[in-house]
Design a protein around this ligand. Sequence first.
Ligand code: BES
Ligand code: MN
Ligand code: ZN
Length: 452
Amino acid sequence: KREFTGKSQQLFFTHVLVGKKIQYLVLVGLGKGADKKKITIEQYRRAVARAVKEALKLKRETVVMQLPAASLFGVDVAYVAQKTVEIAMMSAYHFDDFITDASRKETVLAELTLCVDTKNKKAATDGAQVGKVIGQAVNRARHWIDLPPSVLTPAFFAGKAQQLAKEHDVTFKMFDEKQINEMGMGGLAGVSRGSDEDCRLVILEYKAKRKTAPTIAFVGKGITFDSGGLSIKPADYMEDMKEDMAGAAAIIATVHALSHLKPDVNVIGLAPIAENLPSGKALKPGDVVRFYNGKTAEVKNTDAEGRLILADALSYAVKHYKLDAIIDIATLTGSCAHALGPFYSGLMSQHDTLVETIQESSDRSGDAVWRLPMSDDYKVAIRSEVADLCNIGSRKYKAGAITAAHFLQNFVENVPWAHLDIAGTAFDVPAIPYYRPGATGAGIRLLIDIAM
Ligand code: BES
Ligand code: MN
Ligand code: ZN
């Protein structure tokens, strides 16, 4: 009592005798709500993370948790159970495929038991099931992102998507580089041209039972490694560029999770996947590419490649499906990472009601987003003298995250569209206890919530 006051994130552990066995008991402080407000669910998420990390440090593979009263946070029991499982799984994630030293292998969380009132058992069990599906989706994507870029090539990554689709009733379609060229996807093919690895366009379809259900498309950037191409990055900017497929990982993991959660909405996931490398065949600054929808862009900087591959995927999506909304997710700009840092993904859209929906899902799911303005004033920044568009914004306009969003908006016709820039949030987020160095799985909890 003296040592543990329940202050936010305070940690206390001791041994207790249960029958004849010694067990560890970990207490984590939830703190108080600010100004008589409820304790936020994020405070709870971080407390769960601290508890699980502590248990794993003690090499415990089984954890039993007492669920706090849902009313503390102003939510229901199912939701607390869902979040508890989600966060416990995220906290236990580690990437040690290539660590051979047995003493550095981390403990696997093998079993999690939640203690609840008998009257809450059904709600808690249902919530926990949902949490497990989401936790698995997040960790699956993180593993793909953390894999070395010469392991997770476009063909390998597309193969993973195919394997998952087969497991469940998700329709899988794929185009290879030859088909992508033939279809006139000059952006995706152009970016891939410098690499020896062939590009792919992966399309996943989840169908709702109801015939009249609305349809939403998720499009994710899948650059398996971004060297910058001929506009090559300095070494320290290139270090983590295996993360540049985090958007594609998010949508593939999301569609798979949704095939288990079965929302009443059709979901199309599109992932343009390529590697951005320099070579004698590579796209050059000054080149002009023609996209699937017929528009053209001057490529002034081959490091602004994300918008080139997304342009083709967005064009394909709006042409081949009758969409009620389309959302893309991409590690698109350093500019966004600088503006918002690692704690908020950038949200850009001119569609206020779609923004509202996404904002609500963000609050509920824990994937934080912050809206950046997208007024028409920024449009002229991406004008080109020789083509319809230029792939970088003119220097005077700065705001690189926003001008990139304007570029993408040229490829969605009249479909309500929003863009999520996860360049700052996808990898190496500090100080949040349910993350660790490496991939975070940013956006997956959000996209799943939007569909649900
Ligand atoms: N993949 C990068 C953006 C990025 C930066 C992601 C840092 C994650 C962390 C993207 O392809 C890129 O290189 N963007 C350029 C665009 C510029 C050339 C207009 C950037 O942000 O510098
Ligand atoms: Mn780039
Ligand atoms: Zn990139």
